[in-house]
Ligand binder design. Structure first.
Ligand code: FEO
Ligand code: CA
Ligand code: CA
Length: 608
């Protein structure tokens, strides 16, 4: 970063901060006026900060455990732990992340699709007192258990009174794991770099990995985003998604299946790092990896649609100094075409974002043959462009970001919010990532042209602004949190991850990483509009060691599902001596990731 640029960016940040402070002065005093105007505010008392063995939810709400790692998909109890791979294959996986609710009967019965992001061996079976040791030392049988514990679960659930339960003998119940056969579509399908000894045609992949967040399409399918896929593979490789620290971080899966040894099968890793689509109401259908959406560490895949307009999918690459992407379909969305709209994910253009310091921005197309994306730079076809999307985006001049996580698009406006979780390994700051060392993260708002009701997310320009800079508002220097007013003492957040808007337009922010600040992760809610929209209120606290994932509302806004991921994942905590045994607190049971169903006591909209 040049001195000139850095000075510019500092001046720019000062100007923006001044503008914000001026606009937000007395935000508290504005609240009653906004309330009278009908703006959806936050109707619960924010929880204070605390770190505890168990979870807590705002007064007036009840959070019930719906399903836990190892349970049957009908909710039946797990057998004795540790599980073996055969037992795990049909049971709810570990480390639940993204949640997609698909209505079968409105907001009373539906399917819950849940991602299982990654295994935590030292909390899944005995014998290892740290994650690093379990990664390095897992046996072939333990690796097979891990392969069965990741991926995705589909379970049918129904509401009875205030309580949700899994449905027994559901025809929809399904597990997808690291061995499930799936197809490939788009420019990389069948390409030589996708071919392996198992799949000489390069069109059929075994399994999905790093299932982090995701998305839902208007034709009823679910998108799974493959994020951290590199650390399952051993062996030296210059693959862009290979684990950067193979000596001590990669997992021992190559001991169970040679396809995870890059020295033996260098192309296998090219088959991961995509967006996967599957149909929750057709358990016999094979998922498909859509290569037109590019290969990187996809945090999620947020779909924006309107009848007669191109389909747009936003996705961040959750890695330090990587980029924000957007996909625009070639055809337009037509509701009458139903599931055939899936074609929209097979043909279209991938773009990366460049954020200018004046608050404008541009989407740059990743198209073979245009600009620097030609043979001399290693791009012989569009397949090379999508397989090496990171390298293509860097050549085009995309803006390096502070780890792009969740992206949510407001149902009431043209804005999309982007969570930047943190970045401790920066070469320098830029306007959209203004901190030189960003330990607490921030949230950007980008606005598409066209205004609230007619936002054109497929156009090539946007404007952007900082919504908030996370962290302690009383913190030191550039790490000081900046919100839309005064957050209650100890109620600030850090490390935003998943974002979702509720049916009333309020933004819900989940966090991952606050143990670095001696605090619990959790879920916050910010008002829908006005200056106070950057003022988050803590709604839920995770048990110690856990992050909060997958917030998902039923269509009526009266149930909120959340995924509590990796409870007890803290230094010194392991299967035999975990720091908490949430949610069962039974000495015969390990800590278990679980989905909670949250309702308001006496009924009503969550958050009002
Ligand atoms: Fe899997 Fe970026 O969190
Ligand atoms: Ca995440
Ligand atoms: Ca995360």
């Amino acid at each position: 970063m040049s001195e000139h640029f850095s000075t510019l960016s500092q001046r720019f940040l000062r100007r923006r901060t001044l503008l914000k402070t001026a606009g937000l002065a007395g935000a508290g005093a504005l609240l009653p006026r906004l309330a009278r105007a009908g703006t959806p505010l936050v109707g619960f008392a924010a929880l204070p900060n605390a770190l505890s063995d168990t979870h807590a939810v705002a007064a007036g709400y009840t959070a019930r455990v719906l399903i836990r790692w190892g349970d049957g998909l009908d909710g039946s109890d797990a057998p004795r732990f540790p599980l073996d791979a055969r037992q795990q294959e049909t049971r709810f996986g570990c480390n639940n992340d993204f949640i997609a609710y698909t209505p079968l009967e409105g907001s009373r019965r539906g399917l819950l699709g849940v991602n299982h992001e990654y295994p935590v061996g030292h909390l899944m079976y005995p014998g290892f007192n740290s994650e690093k040791k379990a990664r390095a030392g897992a046996t072939a049988a333990q690796a097979a258990l891990e392969m069965a514990a990741v991926g995705h679960s589909v379970l049918e659930i129904a509401r009875r009174g205030d309580s949700w339960q899994p449905v027994a003998d559901s025809a929809y119940a399904r597990r997808i794991d690291a061995n499930t056969p799936m197809g490939l579509s788009g420019p990389a399908a069948g390409h030589a770099r996708m071919q392996t000894p198992d799949d000489p045609q390069g069109t059929r992949v075994r399994g999905t990995l790093g299932c982090c967040s995701g998305g839902k399409t208007p034709w009823g399918t679910v998108l799974i985003a493959e994020e951290n896929v590199g650390d399952y593979f051993t062996g030296a490789s210059d693959n862009l998604l290979a684990c950067d620290d193979p000596q001590d971080v990669y997992r021992g899966w190559a001991r169970a299946q040679t396809r995870f040894d890059l020295a033996a099968q260098p192309n296998e890793l090219n088959r991961f790092g995509w967006v996967v689509e599957y149909d929750p109401v057709d358990p016999a259908s094979a998922p498909v990896k859509h290569t037109a959406l590019g290969r990187f560490e996809h945090e999620g895949a947020t779909v924006v649609y309107r009848e007669g307009a191109p389909l747009v999918v936003y996705s961040g690459d959750d890695s330090e100094n990587q980029f924000v992407y957007r996909y625009v379909s070639e055809g337009v969305y037509e509701p009458d075409r139903g599931a055939r709209n899936s074609e929209l994910l097979r043909r279209g253009t991938l773009y990366c974002a460049r954020f200018a310091d004046d608050g404008s921005g541009r989407w740059l197309p990743l198209v073979h043959g245009s600009g620097p994306l030609h043979e001399k730079n290693g791009f012989a076809s569009q397949a090379d462009v999508v397989i090496d999307a990171r390298r293509a985006a860097a050549l085009l001049g995309a803006t390096p970001m502070d780890r792009p996580e969740g992206i949510a698009v407001s149902p009431r406006s043209a804005r999309a919010c982007i969570a930047l979780t943190k970045n401790k390994d920066k070469a320098g700051a830029n306007g959209a990532n203004p901190r030189r060392r960003n330990a607490a993260g921030h949230i950007l708002e980008i606005t598409a042209p066209g205004g609230a009701a007619a936002a054109r997310h497929w156009e090539d320009t946007f404007t952007w602004d900082l919504l908030l800079q996370a962290g302690d508002p009383d913190g030191p220097g550039e790490g000081r949190g900046v919100y839309g007013g005064a957050v209650p003492a100890g109620a600030w957040l850090a490390n935003p991850d998943n974002l979702v808007f509720d049916p009333r337009g309020r933004l819900w922010i989940a966090t991952d990483g606050m143990q670095d600040f001696g605090a619990a992760d959790g879920l916050w809610c910010a008002p829908a509009t006005g200056g106070s929209r950057a003022l988050p209120h803590r709604f839920l606290r995770c048990p110690r060691g856990a992050e909060l994932c997958g917030p998902e509302f039923t269509p009526d806004g009266q149930t909120l599902f959340v995924a509590i991921q990796h409870p007890a994942k803290e230094a010194g905590s392991h299967f035999d001596r975990p720091s908490t045994r949430w949610p069962d607190f039974d000495e015969h049971l390990p800590p278990r990731s679980a989905v909670l169903a949250i309702t308001r006591d006496g009924g009503g909209l969550i958050g009002d």
